[in-house]
Write a protein that binds this ligand. Structure first.
Ligand code: FMN
Length: 371
């Protein structure tokens, strides 16, 4: 099977568009008056404005370490149930585990009961000691909404404030409490503006907004205008999120909304180096060259190794499969390689096969990414 790098579009696996952004005369962030790298989150100073969005099932420790290495200014754990945390659950404890190089790191909690969220926050602050505690007010999934959590608060924005208040009080204001929500419950409501008022009065340190409504789930286009309107009213930093897949998108999100920071979710899947591409572009106005296939597979291998080391061979490989789907795209032979590597239960063999391909590739084998 050939995994030769390619630069043409003759293969159906080839990228439909290139990630390369146009060179700009001035560094975008400087032009937008956001030249300083520092981003203030309560009492915490972050070295950048581009963050990894929390993604259940994806943003585990292996992936977070890579995102931080390539320049994400902060990473967040996969969401954790406040109720399960209080009742004590090994799975919950595993989800909150992080390593020192991941700092600054946030632990994300979900729940609908202010008292339980307060108690959970106090425990997290005392026992896990993250830099930030984030609240999930955006999850659109039925079983989360049923416990009045996630996007359910968009039906009752005042409760968002009560939850934040309880958490700030329980942590004695020592850990910044941040909120992540959606543009509304459905297209017609103004709930997100009420959520902003409620959480900022209650002491939240920032509000991140995925610019889709709950009813949109992940369909359609993110409506960045909501982010711009929130930014006009907000006294706390607004973090824009939704559909940023390239350095150019990142620039446009800052430019169109004047938001203070941005969060990248799916655009980082199989591409944790996207943070470096974005930071470089925002700070210089010049795009970075697309990474080589060898580099990309090297990063995939590193993540696979770490995943297996942390979770063991069976689970480590299983959970890495969805990441490999993203890494193994956009080059000749990618489909066959996916078929071969993603159907094997033998972690040692998958690792060895990837290593062989990696070694066979010349340095600097360039392929366009964003596929
Ligand atoms: C697989 C997956 C899991 C997600 N899990 C979470 C989560 O645990 N907490 C959360 O606040 N958002 C979660 N999200 C939403 C993302 O953080 C982000 O808001 C959304 O994907 C839009 O950003 P993007 O277009 O950059 O992906 C998840 C998204 C995806 C695709």
């Amino acid at each position: 099977m050939s995994v030769l790098p390619r630069n043409d579009n003759s293969n159906p696996e080839a990228p439909l568009e290139t990630r390369e952004a146009a060179e700009l005369a001035q560094a975008p962030l400087e032009a937008l008056g956001k030249g300083a790298r520092e981003f203030q989150l309560g009492n915490l100073t972050l070295n950048g404005r581009v963050f990894l969005a929390p993604m259940a099932g994806y943003t585990d420790t292996a992936f977070r370490r890579l995102a931080r290495r390539y320049g994400a200014a902060m990473v967040v754990t996969e969401m954790v149930s406040s109720r399960a945390l209080i009742e004590g659950s090994d799975k919950t404890n595993d989800l909150m585990e992080f390593t020192e190089p991941e700092r600054p790191v946030g632990v994300q909690l979900f729940g609908g009961d202010p008292a339980i969220m307060g108690e959970a926050a106090a425990r997290v602050a005392g026992e896990v000691n993250p830099d930030v505690i984030d609240i999930n007010f955006g999850c659109p999934v039925g079983k989360i909404l049923k416990c009045d959590a996630g996007a359910a608060v968009l039906k009752e924005p005042q409760r968002a404030g009560w939850i934040v208040e309880a958490m700030v009080k329980a942590t004695k204001g020592k850990v910044p409490i941040t909120v992540k929500t959606r543009a509304g419950y459905d297209a017609m409501d103004n709930a997100v503006f009420e959520v902003l008022e409620a959480v900022q009065s209650a002491g939240a340190s920032a509000l991140a907004v995925h610019a889709r409504t709950r009813n949109q789930m992940f369909e359609g286009k993110a409506n960045w205008e909501v982010i711009a309107r929130l930014k006009e009213r907000a006294k706390i930093p607004i973090i824009g999120n939704g559909d940023v897949k390239s350095a150019e998108d990142a620039y446009q999100l800052f430019r169109e909304t004047n938001c203070d920071g941005i969060m990248i979710g799916r655009g980082s899947m199989g591409a944790p180096w996207i943070f470096e591409e974005i930071n470089h572009y925002l700070e210089t106005g010049k795009p970075l060259k697309a990474p080589s296939l060898k580099f990309r597979l090297g990063v995939a291998l590193e993540q696979l190794r770490c995943s297996i080391e942390v979770k063991g061979e069976r689970l480590g490989l299983l959970e890495m499969r969805k990441h490999l789907t993203h890494y193994l795209k956009g080059f000749e032979g990618a489909r066959e390689l996916r078929q071969k590597l993603l159907t094997s239960d033998d972690a040692g063999w998958v690792m060895k096969s990837l290593e062989e391909i990696y070694r066979s590739l010349p340095e600097g084998a360039l392929v366009p990414v964003n596929v």
